[in-house]
Write a protein that binds this ligand. Sequence first.
Ligand code: NAG
Length: 462
Amino acid sequence: MFTKTQILAFALSLASAEAASKGFNYGAANPDGSVKVQADFQAEFQTAKNLEGASGFNSARLYTMIQGTGSTPISAIPAAIAEETTLLLGLWASGGNMDNEIAALKAAIEQYGEEFSKLVVGISVGSEDLYRNSEIGVQANAGIGVEPEELVSYIKRVRETIAGTSLSDAPIGHVDTWNSWTNSSNAAVVENVDWLGFDGYPFFQNTMDNSIEDAKALFQESVDKTKSVAGNKEVWITETGWPVSGDSQNLAVASVENAKKFWDEVGCPLFDNVNTWWYILQDASGSSTPNPSFGIVGNTLSTTPLFDLTCSASGSKSSSSASASAFASGSQSTGFTSTTKAASPSSSSGSGLGHGGSLGSSGSFSGGHYAGSSSVIASPSATPSGSAVPGSSSGSGSSSSGSGSSSGSGSGAAGSGSGTGTSADSTTTTSANPADFTGTGSRLSGSIFGAAVLVAALAVAL
Ligand SMILES: *[C@@H]1O[C@H](CO)[C@@H](O)[C@H](O)[C@H]1NC(C)=O
């Protein structure tokens, strides 16, 4: 009846249909602020794969290609090879360090070859750069971002870099807050990517009814809006999650119970159906417990999660088909208009590496921490907005350690949520633009806060 080839083709089609990536975001810094080395990444990847109640969390999204500083490839790569963990690579695009990011990408291809490239599910050129560059991001003091044209030029450079190498088939995308995607001024970025990375946190959508009961609908709405501008391109869920502890945001309460509900209602339908990198396995602030804290295992790396990760057959099954179809439907974008209202809230998503606080309706900004990531390298500063700007800072030095706390205040009326904070650096960077260090947050972290700030700013703006 069927030839072997047909059967094989069928089997392969099934396999690829089930090949959605599932994993977590991984910043470049440990909870104590030190730069992760291979053993740290390996311990995390191994923990993710062996989480009680869950299976198949074997994909890792990274924020930078660089280990520490310079252009040495990040040690997450040999860790991923050792743990058979797939990779959504990231190049930190803000702050002028792209030459080093690209050099590290090239070096990784040369050094690790096929055993590396076969694990790569995609490459993200940048993370929330458009958000930080936006009016609200600037008002929120979010840190250095990039203009869409510049981002497009980086995307083209990365395409040229991988052409003819073992990574030539890796789809190239960009990760940003969803309202950055729906901002028509950024259409050139949509045109130049192969896939769109969606960051969205209903928790931070504090200008709306954002209780955990509202969370699934808010999430779906923001995904639908993103899909409405994506055309035929895939929308990958690059960051979402709900904090297990920390301050509330309007109706959103951070708790283990609510984090579980978000996992069950939002996560389970996505897992294995849509490429998804949850935020986050282990949260990090550089020193203390982040506020809010999104880590599903708490402060200590362990395969015992804070809540039951089991996706129940009923819950996840039924919702899974619903959501799969929602994702499949592509863009039915009727509702995508320019109303700012719609676009905004979710954008708050955090970001990169950590997530920070957000502005409450009262206008006060509660800072968060970040950890994580990204750029350890470069980015010293995390402004309240979370972003850290790697390159700018430096060039330098090691930003490896450094911790900061942030707090800020947003002015309600004006719409600006600017925060002030302190950041202590334990290391010296050569660089130095003092300004980069102000603001808050840990340098290591990179971006993050974006969301919160954004939200706050939006709240004000709206
Ligand atoms: C829309 O995007 C452009 C280009 O990135 C940016 O300058 C502008 O501030 C954004 N608008 C809003 C409302 O964020």
